[in-house]
Design a protein. Structure first.
Length: 385
């Protein structure tokens, strides 16, 4: 009887502890997405909330189809996984154990080939920034724009104005080489986030050898800053993996979108090839802003990647020499995104031949400078994504 009472007391104590400190604690598998088709080498990633719970995590166990794949005991909480080349339905399960013995669990299923959706013909989304002598031009309407695809005029279907909410993804390099600079980088990012509008949503990523989601589409300033504070520097750099992951997290809906990627080192750890990452950038309808710091500004191959990523989407590359320059750079990025238009059109050429289609955007009246998405590849995938 004493043993029964002791066990009951222990359970009650654990429940009380959870209720007092982490009653709403939860874990969610953030990648791969539920009901997605997954083949080949990938990663399982999770998000634990609220951020205050993370220091209490003792272990995170990852299971695929009932078998333990790996265990993570420190951030980032991710696990490499290869389901093979055959497309089939997989059950993914994650179990988080906290320091008081409490367990948080989450399960999802990936799709079998029989669940694959049919490809739909979608509109091409084109983010646009318009300036005149360095000043942003606002108040433009749908009829003010002209779009050409391979020099052939297209009909502008819709326009999203600069007043609409922003979906922003910020990916921060937290490799070991960032240890000294990371506190200043956090402060600069904190300033960036503080200048966003109340309805803007932010997804915060940290990446080194792997990529993990610290906060996803978060609108609360307090929650975003708490997630930012948890980032710590260690490991190598997997920039190409992080780029693809960041683009995967941008909303598929029509609207203003932006991705900011900060890296200070050459990529020696990515599973994703450089050309594959570039293809994903070209397929994205989000403006991409890249910031190369340290060797990121001096390694020719990496610098070229950062420049080409940004310019392909209508965004901008930056290569500061000192951390103190970041505040000014982030101010420019916020101003850019605050004046972004998003145009859409249904292409007159419906042939899916995997060829590159050039996009040109003009303002019909006036001498304006226009930065916009440069084109897309007409693959069998959705045009706007």
């Amino acid at each position: 009887m004493k043993l029964v009472w002791a066990n009951a007391l222990a359970v009650a104590t654990a429940v009380m502890s959870l209720g007092a400190g982490a009653q709403e604690a939860s874990v969610r598998i953030t990648y791969p997405p539920a009901d997605s088709i997954v083949t080949g080498a990938t990663r399982i990633e999770v998000a634990i909330s609220p951020p205050a719970v993370v220091p209490r995590v003792e272990s995170v166990k990852f299971y695929a189809n009932g078998r333990l794949v790996c265990t993570a005991e420190r951030q980032p909480f991710g696990c490499p996984w290869d389901p093979g080349t055959a497309v089939r339905r997989n059950q993914l399960r994650v179990v988080v154990t906290l320091s008081d013995g409490t367990q948080l669990k989450n399960t999802l299923w990936t799709k079998d080939i029989e669940y694959a959706e049919q490809v739909r013909t979608e509109a091409v989304l084109v983010p646009v920034i318009v300036t005149h002598h360095g000043r942003f031009v606002g108040g433009l309407q749908q009829q003010d724009f002209e779009i050409l695809e391979d020099e052939k005029p297209q009909q502008v279907s819709t326009i999203t104005s600069e007043d609409s909410p922003l979906d922003l993804v910020v990916a921060i390099d937290i490799s070991g080489s960032m240890e000294d600079a990371l506190p200043d980088v956090k402060n600069a990012v904190r300033q960036l986030l503080s200048k966003l509008r109340p309805g803007d949503a932010v997804t915060l990523l940290g990446f080194n050898d792997t990529t993990f989601v610290a906060a996803e589409r978060e609108k609360s300033r307090q929650v975003r800053e708490a997630a930012l504070d948890l980032l710590s520097a260690w490991g190598g750099t997997a920039l190409y993996d992080a780029t693809v992951r960041a683009l995967d997290l941008v909303t598929r809906q029509t609207g203003r979108k932006g991705v900011v990627i900060f890296s200070d080192g050459d990529d020696r750890n990515s599973l994703t090839a450089r050309d594959v990452a570039m293809s994903r950038v070209q397929a994205s309808d989000a403006m991409l802003y890249t910031i190369g710091f340290g060797s990121g500004a001096t390694v020719p191959k990496l610098r070229a990647s950062l420049e080409s990523y940004a310019r392909a989407t209508g965004g901008r590359p930056f290569f500061p020499r000192q951390v103190k320059e970041l505040d000014g750079i982030f101010d420019e990025i916020v101003a850019d995104l605050a004046h972004q238009y998003v145009l859409s059109y249904a292409p007159s050429n419906l042939t899916r031949d995997d060829r590159w289609r050039n996009i040109t955007v003009r303002v019909r009246k006036g001498q304006y400078d226009v930065r916009a998405r440069r084109g897309y590849r007409a693959s069998k995938q959705a045009l706007g994504s």
